[in-house]
Write a protein that binds this ligand. Structure first.
Ligand SMILES: [Zn+2]
Length: 387
């Protein structure tokens, strides 16, 4: 799709408006209001806000056809380090826009909201849904999962930054909690107790020795100890009776949660009084609703089922004069809930460099932002034809 100068300016200025409202996970209320207003101004057929505060805009094409959903999250991570630019100023210099969320991922969100609405209804059939979702930075996949629960969707484009490479595979993620139990005793008489930390140290060594899976596209699985704590704390001269460890995992496709837990349990053979389970997290959304997730989302690679969407996306990149490079995302994003958990054909495709995300001086190239919008518009046309 070819954008007019007016459309280009509109995308850039909407992106700037989004960057100027920095809202963290569960606090996206003002951003949601702005998105809703913009969708209404752009003539979306239906604009709704779900229980958790995600905004959904629907555009209906000229005839019945497939449902294509674009997803971009509204929340950003906090600014902690020193910046050379105002992190919420959306300053433009050197052909870039600077600010928190430009790359991750308000640029993509602005591009998808505008591009879909810039199409004539005669240019696509079926339905386009754009979801501006909440809380991705803390509860990956949870908000989109709730949206997919309520809406039938044939294919998903997630606009996380891939520098416009075509994301057709993604590592999954899990947090695994291990608790070792022992018996508290006075530290002068360890013989009367049973030290839970020693037990956890043995357990941790076994998990570290465990063979890691490997995938030709996604590389090695990661299972890494990230937190450890014991009770009582402070110890006050006690042998610890309980020790908790948290493992962050980056997962490959093809293993269910119970298979993964079974593999960990097997590795712990010979270690008693130690439990292992998937961690779960929740947050209170700005609407007051509680959003929860069990932190086990396996990885995925696009199979033939994804080829309609993948081909449409590749053709769209070419049509807009961009190279078609494939990309295996090393990070986890909302695509896990559509592709891995529900088997919906999904691509990750967005402007910006993931290396800039969450960092000081985050920025996005304006030419890439506009190219993304052109490609998104083109995907809407091509996908409804190939499907
Ligand atoms: Zn993101």
């Amino acid at each position: 799709m070819v954008l007019t100068e007016k459309q280009k300016n509109e995308i850039i200025s909407f992106c700037a408006d989004l960057v100027k409202i920095p809202e963290e996970s569960g606090r996206e209320e003002r951003t949601a209001r702005l998105v809703r207003q913009k969708m209404e101004d752009l003539g979306y057929d239906e604009v709704t806000v779900d229980r958790y505060g995600s905004v959904l805009g629907v555009l209906r094409g000229c005839a019945p056809g497939p449902v294509l959903l674009f997803d971009g999250h509204m929340d950003v991570v906090p600014v902690r380090d020193k910046w050379d630019h105002d992190p919420f100023g959306a300053e433009i210099s050197g052909g870039r826009m600077w600010g928190r969320g430009t790359t991750d991922m308000k640029g993509a969100l602005a591009a998808m909201i505008c591009a879909a609405a810039f199409l004539e209804r005669t240019e696509f059939c079926g339905k386009i849904i754009v979801s501006a979702s909440v809380a991705e930075e803390l509860l990956v996949g949870a908000a989109l999962d709730r949206i997919l629960e309520d809406h039938h969707v044939d294919a998903v484009v997630v606009g996380e930054p891939t520098a416009m490479k075509l994301g057709h595979a993604e590592k999954g993620r899990a947090s695994i909690e291990m608790i070792s139990h022992g018996t508290v005793a006075h530290s002068s008489r360890p013989d009367l107790g049973d030290n839970a930390v020693y037990r956890m140290m043995e357990a941790a060594a076994k998990i570290r020795e465990m063979a890691r899976r490997s995938d030709p596209l996604l590389g090695d699985e990661v299972i890494e100890l990230v937190e450890i704590s014991s009770l009582p704390s402070p110890g006050n001269g006690s042998i610890p009776g309980r020790c908790r460890a948290l493992w962050e995992c980056r997962l490959l496709p093809g293993e269910t949660e119970s298979e993964f837990l079974e593999r960990l349990k097997e590795a712990l053979e010979g270690i008693d009084r130690t439990e292992i389970k998937t961690a779960s997290y929740k947050l209170s959304a700005y609407t007051g609703e509680e959003l929860e997730m069990d932190d086990y989302l396996p990885g995925w690679t696009a199979d033939e089922k994804g080829s309609g969407l993948l081909n449409a996306a590749a053709d769209s990149l070419r049509e807009c004069g961009l190279a078609v490079d494939y990309y295996a995302a090393p990070y986890g994003c909302n695509a896990l809930s559509s592709a891995a958990m529900r088997g919906i054909p999904t691509v990750i495709l967005g402007p910006g460099d993931i290396g800039l995300a969450h960092k000081p001086n985050e920025n996005i190239r304006l030419d890439e932002l506009l190219a993304a919008a052109a490609v998104y518009g083109e995907i809407c046309r091509k996908y409804s034809l190939v499907k």
